[in-house]
Design a protein around this ligand. Structure first.
Ligand code: UD1
Ligand code: CA
Length: 455
């Protein structure tokens, strides 16, 4: 059986008072339409159709190949919006699942239940309802004396008695396609000049057909976003849902209310996430780590047993047993190998720090390859930019870089060499050599026997 989702995303979203189309406003870092799209994909069998209109080009660009976009212009209501899919879908699908793009918390499981209910319904449609004390301006479900669904009335046109009903129309429906297209043409224009999709319910009832209502038991799922107040509510609810899922998989979240994890993030067991931590994008954190407090990670991969205190990481890779912070900044292309220690006020960009290398205090490392067990003294700077090019610095294994060394790139420091405090290294340094001064010059050759380095 072919099931196709139609997602309505053409409305103006006037109440958001925004230049950005409503459906592109992010919830936990992801545009809200993405949630509607993912849920629709899971509950259907064909590529979803998204009805776009307001800000059509931006929305189309965001969706790319993940949906089939159809433009609704002008936007004459939700019934008119679904009608736009007719020429694309007529004769090509058995069921049509309709959802609104402004309901990011609606779960795929719920949509699947909606589809399953309609599969066994003799009538042409099943709708999702919820009972709530606060009607939030939703359409009301009108039932007959026998309890059967009779109609949906919008708040603006509801009677006193209808307004007192607490059963609300969530805004998700599953239709038999063969019935839907003709029914849409029969919808009468409302006093607002719109064609309401919700009128299909009364049309079915008038034709003597059964409308099924699937009652949702989860109020949170039905949070729709019309204003920025709703946006913040949805954000909080989504955050709670994401955090809860991590906790149930074995992650300790000390204070879920102040922990901000985006949906694409993965975290290993027995990792502890401390307050005011933001894990964004495709961040992956291993097992047994302590992250935060006050850490921001974007698209960064962290191995097992790492400690990252009050630091910022962007597009970086951190291997196992690494300690970072407080106040470290890993930028794009930073790669910290196993056992690296990066202390306070350091910045690493487009550089690899080899296994066991230590960089304790106030250093900038950019465009550098640093081998294993290197000691980078306080205040070390790779002078990687000459005003035109980014130049490379290479440091061999077991090198000791003295405090306040300037490495004027391009430059290489050979294995086991040392630089004196305040050295300005402008030329390559051979292995096993001590250089000091400005510009740095060779003082003596070093070897294993007279190795007198100290930390
Ligand atoms: C709608 C329902 C209401 C339900 C509520 C739940 C109708 C008539 N009313 O009201 O019963 O309780 O959702 O949230 O359906 N859209 C288009 N083209 C249009 C108009 C709207 O694509 O011409 C899209 C919007 O972008 C939005 C969705 O349809 O994603 C819903 O429209 P909206 O104006 O938000 O409807 P509500 O007033 O919330
Ligand atoms: Ca809405």
């Amino acid at each position: 059986m072919k099931i196709t989702a139609v997602i309505l995303a053409a409305g103006q979203g006037t109440r958001m008072k925004s230049d950005l189309p409503k459906v592109l406003h992010p919830v936990c870092g992801v545009p809200m339409i993405e949630y509607a799209l993912r849920a629709a994909w899971e509950a259907s069998t064909e590529i979803p159709v998204v009805i776009i209109g307001h800000g059509a080009e931006l929305v189309r660009e965001f969706l790319g190949e993940t949906a089939c976009c159809v433009v609704q212009d002008p936007q004459l209501g939700t019934g008119h919006a679904v009608q736009q899919a007719e020429s694309t879908l007529r004769g090509k699908t058995d069921l049509v699942l309709v959802t609104y793009a402004d309901m990011p918390l609606l779960r795929p499981e719920t949509l699947k239940r909606l589809v399953e209910t309609q599969k066994s319904n003799k009538g042409p449609l099943t709708m999702l309802t919820v009972s709530a004390a606060d009607p939030r301006g939703f359409g009301r479900v009108v039932r007959g004396l026998d309890g059967s669904v009779q109609a949906i009335v919008e708040e603006a046109s509801a009677t006193e008695e209808q307004l007192s009903t607490h059963e609300l129309n969530v805004g998700a429906y599953c239709f038999t396609a063969a019935w839907l297209w003709d029914a849409l043409h029969k919808i009468k224009v409302s006093s607002k000049g719109e064609y309401f999709l919700t009128d299909t319910v009364a049309l079915a009832v008038q034709a003597g057909l059964t409308v099924q209502a699937l009652a949702s038991d989860d109020l949170v799922e039905t949070i729709g976003i019309n204003t920025r107040v709703h946006l913040a509510e949805a954000e909080a609810a989504m955050r709670q849902r994401i955090n809860r899922a991590h906790m149930l998989r074995g992650v300790t979240i000390v204070d879920p209310a102040s922990t901000y994890i985006e949906p694409g993030v993965r975290i290993g067991r027995d990792t502890v996430v401390r307050p005011n931590t933001h894990l964004r994008g495709e961040t992956v954190i291993g097992k047994d780590c302590v992250i935060g407090p006050n850490t921001i990670s974007e698209d960064t991969t962290v191995g097992d047993a790492c400690e990252i205190l009050a630091s910022v990481m962007e597009e970086a890779v951190v291997e196992d047993h690494v300690t970072i912070g407080p106040f470290a900044h890993l930028r794009k292309g930073a790669h910290l190998c196993k056992g690296v220690h990066m202390g306070n006020f350091g910045e690493v960009k487009d550089s690899t720090l080899g296994p066991g290398t230590k960089m304790g205090h106030f250093s900038y490392i950019g465009n550098a390859t640093i081998a294993n067990n290197v000691n980078i003294g306080a205040g070390t700077v790779t002078c990687n930019y000459d005003g035109v090019h980014k130049n490379l610095t290479e440091i061999g294994e077991d090198v000791f870089i003295g405090s306040d060394t300037m490495l004027v790139a391009p430059v290489k420091v050979g294995a086991r060499s040392r630089t004196g405090a305040g050295a300005v290294v402008t030329k390559d340094v051979e292995p096993d050599t001590l250089v000091v001064g400005v510009p740095a010059r060779l003082i003596k050759k070093l070897n294993e026997a007279n190795d007198d380095r100290t930390d």
